[in-house]
Write a protein that binds this ligand. Structure first.
Ligand code: FAD
Length: 288
């Protein structure tokens, strides 16, 4: 099924994100966790793709497993920064052969580790979107950043680039995580004003452990509301309490999003079946 048809329906959608293992040694453990999430029958599941090529080989096989063995629509992420046009063409053939119908088209992060592997066939994700559209047959999504992409000089510039990505053929956009829904509501107003009319899938990250908190704090520009900081201050040293509080915070965010007309919510479930299950249970009546 195409994601555009799932999120275009009037029923609220709840989807989960998973990531492939870094090495084949942990493939079975990761696959098991992913399958426990697939059993929950979310609206769709996205499978990330390693920008440096490390974990990318497993994206197609895990997406296929989710679809063939659990009947859940997969969204395969695909990055282009370290690829040639020919590499991407081969990936598209592999995705088509696996029966995958949805791709989240991304540029990929430029990091010190992958900087020397950049192939320069692509500068931005819009060029990948164009290639996928020309290939044909896929529903194409892209990423967007309610707080602005770190490389953008301004939010206005970022939204202008986003418009070119949508014009190139992006049919929906999934947001970067945010911890204050007002940031998304303000952003929605601005992108709609800029003529971007495609559906927005709101990305929500349940923060359930200290490592995640450290990683988020190191990301430039992510606004952490006082209410969120108070939870972290009080519970970060108590893993079970932090997990419960993080799930509750994300649940509240999700309910508020649905209540304010955002019909598609994507949970960065980070291969944690327990977190996915609890969130789904917490809103079971709301997404019926
Ligand atoms: P782009 O759309 O190319 O934007 C990157 C920057 O360039 C922005 O500042 C933008 O404003 C600017 N820009 C865009 N187009 C133009 C243009 N035509 N001219 C000038 N400037 C332009 N990374 C992974 O490696 N694997 C994943 O699976 C993955 N999944 C993700 C899922 C989501 C929902 C999100 C939000 C991010 C994900 N990322 C993933 C991270 C992503 O690869 C990085 O954020 C990356 O830095 C930007 O990717 P993009 O596709 O948004 O790039």
């Amino acid at each position: 099924m195409k994601i555009i048809d799932i999120i275009g329906s009037s029923t609220p959608s709840l989807s989960f994100e998973v990531f492939p293992p870094k090495t084949s040694d942990t493939f079975d453990t990761v696959k098991e966790a992913i399958e426990k999430i697939a059993i929950l029958k979310p609206s769709f599941m996205s499978v990330t793709y390693g920008a440096g090529g490390g974990t990318s080989e497993f994206t197609v096989s895990l997406a296929k497993d989710i679809q063939d063995n659990f009947g859940v629509t997969p969204l395969a992420h695909l990055t282009c920064i370290n690829s040639t046009k020919e590499d991407i063409q081969n990936r598209l053939i592999a995705l088509k052969e696996a029966g995958i119908e949805n791709i989240l088209a991304l540029r990929g992060d430029i990091t010190p580790e992958n900087r020397d592997k950049i192939k320069f066939d692509y500068r931005h994700a819009n060029e990948l979107v164009e290639q996928i559209r020309a290939f044909g047959g896929f529903c194409i999504g892209g990423a967007c950043y309610p707080e602005g992409h770190p490389e953008s000089p301004s939010q206005a510039e970022d939204i202008k680039s986003l418009k070119s990505k949508v014009d190139a053929g992006c049919q929906f956009l999934t947001t970067q995580m945010f911890f204050d829904n007002n940031i998304l509501y303000n952003y929605m107003y601005k992108i709609r004003e800029a003529g971007i009319t495609v559906p927005i899938v709101a990305g929500v990250m349940p923060v359930t452990n200290v490592n995640q908190i450290k990683r988020i704090c190191s990301l430039s520009g992510t606004y952490l509301p006082q209410r969120f900081k108070a939870i972290v201050d009080r519970y970060a040293s108590n893993p079970n309490a932090m997990c419960q509080a993080g799930i509750a915070y994300a649940t509240e965010q999700i309910i508020d999003l649905y209540a304010n007309g955002i019909n598609a919510v994507h949970v960065y479930s980070m291969n944690k079946p327990y977190v996915a299950l609890k969130i789904q249970e917490n809103i079971s009546e709301i997404i019926k």
